[in-house]
Design a protein around this ligand. Structure first.
Ligand code: F3S
Length: 421
């Protein structure tokens, strides 16, 4: 069926609402045809991931839209940029990179997008509600919005996300439609101990395993007796959208579209059923490590961006302690969370410990790491997955407490007791 445009869509496409809207609409229409959409839908919000500076093309696109007077038509948030705008000089970020990354920040801000500069927009007060149609970029944000909140977004690639925000429209395909939100495969956690289900380090591991098994399909999880916290959901989503391209998962009895197994599958049969044992999880845990020694150069926390709840958990571990002089201790977060952390006195404690904070960006989005950083420890499945390839560092995965204890000791220490037989 060919794409039917409303009268308003046609007005946008014809340039009646200005050249920026026309440009955005023409890109959106072409993409909608590629996706096989028969119509476009209204959205109530967008999260723009085209913000990371990765080269001239993305910058030129942003500046072109800005020069045409582009303005978002729905409340929209900005993902991380390629620069900590006010603190990049504290790290070895090349000046020409900083200049271009900053131009890209300026271009997107000029379009009326709220400068949240975070990959965890669900932590902001612009969090969508159940059932709302939105256009979100950034894989961890997409899977959180769909799975945990029950809002509806497809996986919006860079550049298309801003076109949706400018036109306030999306192709009516994929996860925007209820019938496409049913589970595909069943992942049954066999005899998962309750204490494992409550442990923070379980969620990146489960996400890593789920992503590998599900790839681009919708997994439905059974057998989880614990109810994950927001930060555990965040860690799960970041990992599942990294080792796979999962944009929606269901956990029976936990996530909003999975009250029962039947509702998670919308009455259909799973196309595949997989039993996951503790042995499978142990294997996934080991896969997050790419280093076997105990040398440590950096601890990196905050992928996705650290929440205020995570600060609350972290800070008591740091009080009166001092990190080892040879280990960098970095927390990446958003301006909004850091403001709360400053007010609560958390940042003072972190800095007395010897830790540092970076906002607006992260170690994968800006070239901030000194070359001396060769071994990195993190509690994030996403950092663990990408850092070896993108940064050339070896990575050790561990829980939050392991990361802190290692930073104090100056070498890697881990309490593996829940993972070791
Ligand atoms: Fe966010 Fe960077 Fe991780 S964008 S999800 S902190 S890789």
């Amino acid at each position: 069926m060919s794409l039917q445009l409303s009268t308003q869509d046609q007005a946008k496409l014809s340039g009646k609402q200005g050249p920026a809207v026309q440009m955005a609409m023409s890109i959106l229409v072409q993409m909608a045809e590629v996706y096989g959409a028969s119509e476009l839908l209204d959205i109530t919000g967008a999260h723009i991931d085209s913000t990371i500076y990765i080269g001239e093309a993305g910058l030129e696109f942003a500046e072109r839209l800005a020069s045409l007077g582009a303005h978002v038509a729905v409340p929209s948030t900005l993902n991380v940029s390629g620069l900590d705008e006010h603190h990049w000089q504290e790290w070895p970020v090349p000046e020409d990179w900083a200049r271009n990354a900053h131009r890209q920040m300026v271009a997107y801000q000029s379009m009326g997008v709220v400068p949240t500069w975070t990959c965890a927009p669900y932590q902001s007060d612009m969090r969508p509600k159940f059932g709302q149609q939105i256009a979100w970029g950034e894989s961890n944000a997409i899977v959180f919005a769909n799975s945990v909140i029950g809002a509806r977004t497809e996986r919006y690639p860079d550049l298309l996300d801003i076109c949706c925000a400018i036109t306030a429209r999306v192709p009516a395909v994929g996860l925007h439609l209820k019938e496409n939100r049913a589970g595909d495969i069943l992942i049954n956690l066999v005899d998962l101990p309750l204490e494992v289900g409550k442990d923070d380090s379980f969620y990146p591991v489960l996400g890593h395993l789920m992503g590998k098994v599900a790839r681009d399909r919708i997994p439905v999880v059974t057998g989880l007796r614990a109810h994950p916290t927001e930060d555990q959901f965040k860690a799960l989503g970041a990992a599942v959208a990294t080792s796979g391209t999962v944009a929606l998962y269901h956990i029976v009895g936990v996530t909003p579209e999975a009250g029962t197994l039947e509702s998670a599958f919308q009455g259909r049969e799973p196309v595949e059923m997989i039993n996951v044992t503790m042995d499978d999880l142990r294997l996934a845990y080991r896969e997050l490590d790419t280093y076997e020694g105990d040398q440590l150069d950096m601890v990196a926390l905050g992928c996705p961006h650290f929440s205020i709840e995570e600060f609350k958990r972290l800070i008591p571990m740091l009080v009166g302690m001092q990190k080892h002089a040879d280990v960098e201790f970095l927390v990446t977060s958003s301006r909004a969370m850091i403001e709360l952390a400053i007010k609560a006195g958390y940042v003072n404690v972190l800095e007395s410990f010897g830790g540092r904070v970076t906002v607006d960006t992260c170690i994968l989005a800006t070239p901030m790491l000194p070359p001396a950083i060769k071994t990195l420890m993190t509690n994030s499945g996403k950092y663990a997955y990408y850092a070896p390839g993108m940064l050339g560092t070896s990575v050790v995965f561990g829980g939050l407490e392991d990361c802190v204890q290692s930073a104090i000791a100056g070498y890697i220490v881990r309490d593996n007791s829940i993972w070791v037989r």
